[in-house]
Design a protein around this ligand. Structure first.
Ligand code: ADP
Length: 499
């Protein structure tokens, strides 16, 4: 089976969030289930630099005809890496993609031409599949940036080619719907008849994700709990009605993690490697992390870590408030994050108030992220909402106990500790239900208490979570099954309509 995997981000070429990790690992895991993916992604500046550094050019393919984005004819150029597994096709368009960030200008605002940039991306993919390689049986689109793929398939290409191919849209975060002024529909080349309340219109604006939800043959999100939550007014971000209306095609498939990159036994970023049967390397990682972050180096302290986009979603405000409540315990906190200036200021203030206990590092730093996950005793994710979350699963793998708010994928992957659950092999962290600083503080205090007073149980918990299976196998199998169903259903319906 061949699938076109259309993603705005993919590691190691681009990344602003967990989608990039998923886009790298899932296509690879799908091979094991008979699915051959081709990844389509924009050739951003950072991707270009990486190719140049590695001396890779790929095969450059240029189509003779342009696509129209609004009233501008844009040429179609691709860089194809057929020898990679999976195959990667970059969409090359320097004006659109050779910029310092994927989506945001230096002012932190969305680029004004984002509709044009991603309408072009989706159109370029479709043109490739029409004129260069038409053997794809299914399109798998991700988030608002490729949510026009299902719309184009049904509204443009089915009419032009007489052939309808199925599509799956994965929603990685409903908080980013791709909302734009109505007049920008012009850039998409679609007729105004799609701009209705059961189409791309959302209270007078253009909502790209909504279009994808309406026209995709199936929609999934990245955990079963989040699939339910987004159908409610609290978590649906205004799209709950559309999602509930299309609930028969909506499902949740939990993300996995990439064990080749996140494995404490082989991780090259760690000062010492370790395994669940011999964890002395973890102690060394803790020491060196404390030293690196400028904190007092003591093994007896309870070291808590956070790695996060600094966005309201991640509940860092709760942590700022909660830390004052637990600072009396022998606790240290290390934070790595980038994003919102106000949250950064709050963290800087916290580190100033508690210089012996709190250390923060701003920026994006993959190796440091690995060292934090390995060196900490526990890892906090107080998210207001969390579609899946990857870092709690990385933490498991590294024997670092997650402390999470029970929402979305965090609820699906972390079972709150009790002595009984630990003995039954069920406990996998600490969790709390309401997004309140007092509840977070209480969960951290419960974890710290176990660490200080019952180290045997703590170590048992830490060893146990290292053995949990978060590999991509189960998820990739679920995706492969869904792909197969969609292909079979499309064949049956188009067969029936032709017959
Ligand atoms: P989201 O996609 O909402 O940001 P996830 O938990 O799904 O959250 O994925 C976040 C990914 O980004 C993880 O791989 C995490 O380690 C990484 N990450 C987030 N912030 C940073 C940072 N400042 N430096 C390095 N890695 C980061």
């Amino acid at each position: 089976m061949r699938a076109a995997f259309v993603t705005p981000e993919v590691m190691p070429f681009s990344k602003t969030g967990g989608l990039a990790d998923v886009a790298q690992a899932l296509p690879l895991a799908l091979y094991g289930f008979g699915v051959e993916c081709t990844i389509f992604t924009p050739l951003y500046r950072q991707a270009k630099k990486r190719l140049v550094d590695n001396g890779q050019a790929g095969e450059r393919i240029r189509l003779d005809h342009p696509v129209w984005i609004g009233d501008e004819a844009q040429s179609l150029t691709y860089r194809v890496f057929s020898h990679l597994k999976p195959q990667v096709v970059f969409i090359e368009h320097d004006w659109y993609y050779d910029r310092s960030h994927c989506y945001l200008g230096v002012d932190g605002q969305d680029y004004a031409d984002n509709v044009a940039r991603y309408a072009y991306f989706s159109r370029a993919v479709m043109e490739y599949c029409r004129y260069v390689d038409d053997a794809f049986e299914l399109f798998h689109a991700h988030d608002w940036q490729s949510a026009l793929i299902p719309v184009y398939l049904k509204k443009l290409y089915a009419e032009q080619t007489g052939c309808l191919k199925p599509s799956l849209l994965t929603v990685h975060n409903i908080g980013y719907p791709g909302l734009f002024p109505a007049e920008q529909l012009y850039a998409t080349g679609l007729d105004w008849d799609v701009f209705t309340h059961d189409g791309l219109e959302y209270y007078g604006q253009l909502n790209l994700l909504k279009g994808g939800i309406v026209w995709a043959d199936a929609v999934n999100t990245v955990s079963p709990t989040y699939a339910l939550e987004i159908q409610t007014a609290e978590q649906g971000m205004g799209l709950e009605g559309v999602l509930a209306h299309h609930s028969d095609k909506l499902s949740g498939i939990l993300n996995g993690i990439d064990y080749s990159h996140w494995n404490p036994e082989t991780d090259p970023h760690l000062p010492a490697n370790y395994a669940s049967r011999n964890r002395s390397g973890k102690k060394a990682c803790k020491k060196i992390l404390q030293y690196e972050m400028g904190l007092p180096v003591r093994s007896s302290v309870f070291l808590l870590g956070v790695i996060s986009r600094l966005d309201r979603q991640k509940g860092i405000d709760l942590l700022l408030d909660a830390f004052g409540r637990i600072a009396g315990l022998d606790v240290q906190l290390v934070v790595l994050g980038s994003g919102d200036r106000k949250i950064q200021n709050g963290l800087t203030d916290l580190a100033t108030r508690f210089p012996e206990q709190v250390s923060v590092e701003f920026g994006y730093d993959e190796p440091l992220a690995h060292r934090i996950i390995a060196g900490c005793d526990a890892f906090a994710m107080p998210s207001l909402y969390e579609p899946c979350g990857l870092t709690q699963m990385y933490s498991h793998r590294y024997g670092t106990v997650p402390i999470v708010r029970a929402t979305g994928g965090l609820k699906d992957t972390v079972v709150d500790y009790t002595a009984r659950r630990l003995n039954h092999g069920q406990a996998s962290g600490f969790s709390f239900s309401e997004a309140q600083p007092a509840q977070l503080a209480e969960a951290i205090a419960r974890a710290a208490r176990l660490f200080f007073t019952d180290r045997r149980s703590w170590n048992k918990l830490s060893r146990w979570i290292m053995r949990l299976d978060h590999s991509w196998n189960a998820s990739a199998e679920a995706y492969a099954r869904l792909y197969q169903q969609l292909i079979e259903t499309t064949q049956t319906t188009s067969g029936a309509s032709h017959g």
